[in-house]
Design a protein around this ligand. Structure first.
Ligand SMILES: NC(=O)C1=CN([C@@H]2O[C@H](COP(=O)(O)OP(=O)(O)OC[C@H]3O[C@@H](n4cnc5c(N)ncnc54)[C@H](O)[C@@H]3O)[C@@H](O)[C@H]2O)C=CC1
Ligand code: BAL
Length: 498
């Protein structure tokens, strides 16, 4: 899609109708308490809307409606091909409304319109379509059996699912979860991040237009303690899938243990290493990847390459080239299509990132911050023990650690509580494969930065992930459970039971 001008985007933003109610049982509603919370544009500080501030009572209502929908089979027992048709209709409606969704996402989150138009919205649509297309092609199984029995292994939707979302890719993370959950036949209760609720509400409206039966997709806006915790502790929710910080993710294990032992899938933080060895080819290209990995989406990305582990012999040249590429990541109005770095998501998060910048003693590139915007920053750190090398900053801050050899690089890469993503830049194929195997992370890219695509599973080792994977057919495992149906075929079956 061709990009518009800044003025054209501003005019779309000014004309948007923003959804403000909770979306439960197919309709927008105020919170039962009547309370609201403000959502603001982090790039300007302007209030955008007052949104229903839900709590446990709204969660109960949404779960009741989701359970009703699941149990009467209006979606869970619909023929998979019919579910597919409705989800594809939703994807088409999103395509028709892509521009509006991109602008809404940008003003609500501070993300650049460039990213919203070229990545977030198209990837969201692709994700929904992909899972819809997959669902009538995933087969149940018949087990290898003796003559005396036949056993079927049937995949059933898990039931009512709670989805608790982060603010860094609001629509895309929603799609990563509702794509497979709805395709599988589940009913869902979604809690968007408080900072970024608007596009989830709009998507729910489009889903109704596409023909999704009421009660199947419910969006309950509100705070973590008010809505997230009641979802985690709900006795009628069968499974929760969460993306966000490790601290909050772990709480869901407690909620589950203290309620109904619901299944929990957690996609959490990262402190992802990019290893650059002395034999890496084309340092300019490597620098472009490292910069993209560190600064894309203002570093508000769980898979951001936030630790550069670089061989001492190539460090100086690589940093020079990184400085050159970092200059192209200009800060500006997120609605200007030329802008590559927008505003951080909230004042609170901006202050947190600035707190880390204050700890930086050896700033090589950038280091400045102003009113919600932070420059692409590269910091040399004394070693992997420093705070900047260990904690997830979730901002555009790249910490550089110098090493003298491959084994040392791998050891440092693994010296972290996290294990989400990693990349290795080397021309030596054996090193690349040995490194990829040795690094304890869910995704390792070689001579590139990335997190794979919809066809490949995404999730973390160690404290980056728990219980399952997003993306690919493996994502369907989260939202389904296996049932064995065993049938005795022996002539004397009745006697055998006695
Ligand atoms: N891995 C990732 O993709 C993300 C990581 N983060 C990290 O987390 C840090 C804090 O950001 P937050 O927005 O506070 O992340 P968070 O992990 O606290 O929030 C994620 C979701 O959990 C909900 N939540 C918060 N507290 C909860 C509770 N006690 N019980 C149930 N649900 C709860 C939030 O409302 C949001 O919907 C960031 O600075 C960043 O480092 C944040 C967002 C995404
Ligand atoms: N990068 C997609 C997953 C996340 O940041 O939460």
């Amino acid at each position: 899609m061709e990009l518009l001008t800044q003025d054209e985007y501003k005019s779309i933003a000014a004309g948007l109708t923003l959804p403000t109610g909770a979306f439960i049982d197919g309709a927008f509603r105020p919170a039962i308490s009547g309370k609201n919370f403000e959502t603001v544009n982090p790039a300007t500080g302007e209030k955008l809307a007052d949104i229903a501030a839900c709590d446990a009572a709204d969660v109960d209502f949404a779960v009741e409606k989701a359970r009703e929908a699941f149990d009467d089979g209006r979606w869970s027992r619909m023929h998979p091909s019919d579910r597919k048709d409705i989800l594809i209709r939703l994807a088409k409606l999103m395509t028709r409304n892509a521009r509006e969704l991109a602008v809404m996402e940008s003003i609500d989150s501070g993300k650049t319109i460039y990213d919203c138009e070229t990545v977030d919205i198209p990837e969201t649509i692709h994700c929904l379509k992909w899972h819809a297309e997959a669902i009538d092609k995933i087969y149940d199984q018949v087990s290898p059996a003796s003559d005396d029995h036949i056993a079927m292994v049937v995949r059933e939707p898990i039931g009512v699912v709670g989805l608790v979302l982060p603010w860094n890719f609001p629509l895309l993370m929603l799609a990563w979860k509702i794509g497979p959950a709805l395709a599988a036949g589940c009913s869902v209760v979604v809690k968007p991040a408080t900072e970024t609720t608007l596009t989830a509400l709009r998507l729910a409206e489009l889903a109704m237009e596409a023909g999704l039966p009421r009660g199947v997709l419910n969006i309950v806006p509100g705070g973590g303690a008010d809505v997230g915790e009641p979802i985690g502790r709900h006795m009628e929710i069968d499974m929760v899938s969460f993306t966000g910080s490790t601290v909050t993710g772990k709480r869901f294990l407690t909620y589950s243990a203290e309620s109904n032992a619901k299944e929990v899938v957690l996609e959490m933080g990262g402190k992802n290493p990019a290893i650059v060895m002395d034999d890496a080819e084309n340092l300019d290209r490597v620098a472009a990847h490292v910069v993209n990995g560190a600064f894309w989406n203002m570093g508000e990305n769980c898979s951001a390459s936030s630790r550069l582990i670089v061989h001492k012999d190539v460090k100086a040249e690589l940093l020079e080239r990184i400085a050159h590429h970092a200059k192209q990541w200009n800060i500006g109005d997120p609605l200007d299509p030329e802008t590559r770095m927008g505003a951080l998501v909230s004042e609170g998060h901006y202050n947190k990132v600035c707190g880390y910048l204050e700890q930086a003693e050896n700033v090589v590139i950038g280091g400045n911050a102003n009113k919600g915007f932070v420059e692409a920053t590269v910091v040399e750190v004394p070693g992997n023990h420093s705070t900047l090398a260990r904690e997830e900053i979730f901002g555009p801050v790249l910490s550089v650690i110098e090493v003298s050899g491959f084994d040392e690089a791998i050891k440092i890469a693994n010296d972290t509580d996290y294990g989400l993503c990693a990349s290795i830049f080397t021309a030596n194929a054996k090193r690349a494969i040995r490194g990829a195997r040795a690094i304890r992370a869910g995704t390792v890219t070689v001579n590139s930065f990335g997190e794979g695509d919809i066809t490949t599973p995404f999730g973390g080792y160690k404290q980056s992930g728990f219980g399952g994977r997003d993306n690919s057919v493996h994502a369907h495992d989260q939202y389904t459970q296996l049932k064995t149906i065993w049938i005795d075929l022996a002539d004397d079956a009745d006697e055998a039971i006695d």
